[in-house]
Design a protein around this ligand. Structure first.
Ligand code: ACO
Length: 333
């Protein structure tokens, strides 16, 4: 090791888990004034997975986390930190990450949640990156896990059609290398001025537990769809360019874009603006809808399984979510 050798955060393993129950657009047609055709053409979504009554963000996260550790060949005791990125925690506290820690037996890990909604996984990666690059920790497990079906109003056709449940996990491992390798960089931003774009207004700290808030549907997702759409295109494009510029790379260097799976039309608009051809863009939105913080790790895992991510390739992640929050990351495999 020479004086320029640095700690790099390498992806050592990944795992995903989605609940067994599938709710198709045809199922939604039975209870809502909507159509399969409208949902597919406006969003790209065909079906989504829905958590069963015994499932929660921690149980989904445990399954994904175990799979990530197995694929990395790392024992639970070796995990230093578990970061669960979720906006649908099991309960108010303790953190969902503590239930995940117990479930996977990561007895030596510190475990906590972060809340950046759909951007959560990229925000989680940015924390893991700092822990590892500073030399402080060796194994950080980042999990995006969501049970969005619990906070959507199934009578609101403008939001309920969009969301699904699932979990994705990535085990980041410290390696010493002189080469650009692993998580090259992550870039995160927020704009609280736009906090009303996507919001679950029912509060605990703000109002206390409130029957009125429940009766008025305040524990369901409210979204200004069109304003969110425009902000998503602008911010995902900007932050993707920021990540490339930071690393002295161009869009031609990118092997595959793995964007947040919120709406096919947002992904098309972002990648068009960046000048990235559709064959370099991974999408699985048709199967899962928007699984919020789980969307990017599920998509990365499936892209790897499909052979679209191979050693030496460069993956660009880009995301936007409630907050407003947005971010991007580059991974050299
Ligand atoms: N079925 C049929 N018609 C519908 C449906 C539906 N499910 N939903 C809305 N419509 C109707 C509307 O009522 C409206 O009718 P009108 O013209 O008679 O008023 C019409 O379709 C058009 O509605 P818009 O809201 O303008 O439709 P738009 O093309 O904008 O698509 C959508 C809506 C899909 C929600 C889009 O705005 C979107 O994807 N927004 C971004 C969502 C997003 O990216 N979220 C990311 C973060 S989420 C998070 O962080 C938790």
């Amino acid at each position: 090791m020479n004086k320029h050798t640095q700690f790099k955060a390498e992806v050592a393993g990944m795992g995903i888990y989605v609940p067994a129950e599938v709710r198709t657009n045809a199922d939604l047609e039975k209870t809502l004034d909507t159509s399969d055709e409208w949902i597919r053409t406006r969003t790209g979504i065909c079906e989504r997975h829905i958590a069963g009554k015994d499932e929660s963000s921690s149980t989904l996260g445990i399954q994904a986390g175990k799979m990530a550790l197995e694929s990395a060949n790392i024992s639970p005791e070796e995990v230093d930190i578990i970061i669960v990125c979720t906006s649908t925690p099991d309960i108010l506290f303790p953190a969902t990450a503590c239930f995940v820690q117990k479930g996977i037996g990561a007895v030596n890990a510190a475990a906590y949640d972060i809340s950046a909604v759909c951007s959560g996984f990229v925000f989680g990666l940015s924390i893991a990156e700092q822990y590892i690059k500073s030399g402080r920790y060796r194994h950080v497990l980042v999990i995006g896990s969501e049970t969005n079906s619990r906070i959507v109003d199934w009578s609101d056709r403008s939001t309920c059609i969009l969301f699904g449940d699932g979990a994705g996990a990535m085990l980041l491992k410290s390696v010493e290398s002189d080469e650009p390798k692993g998580l090259l960089s992550s870039h995160i931003h927020s704009d609280g001025e736009k906090s009303d774009f996507i919001i679950v207004p029912g509060g605990i700290g703000k109002t206390g537990v409130s029957h009125t808030a429940i009766d008025e549907g305040e524990y369901f997702i409210k979204m200004a769809g069109s304003a969110t759409f425009k902000a998503a295109v602008k911010r995902m494009t900007e932050v993707s360019q920021e990540a490339l510029d930071f690393n002295g790379l161009s869009t031609e260097d990118v092997t595959l874009v793995v964007p947040h799976q919120a709406n096919r039309r947002i992904i098309d608009a972002v990648t068009d603006k960046l000048g990235i051809p559709s064959e370099k863009v991974f999408m699985n939105i048709e199967k899962y809808g928007n699984t919020s913080a789980a969307s990017i790790p599920i998509a990365i895992h499936e892209a790897r399984e499909a052979g679209l991510i191979v050693p030496g390739s460069l993956t660009l992640l880009a995301v936007v979510g409630a907050g407003l929050t947005w971010g991007a990351a580059l991974i050299k495999w």
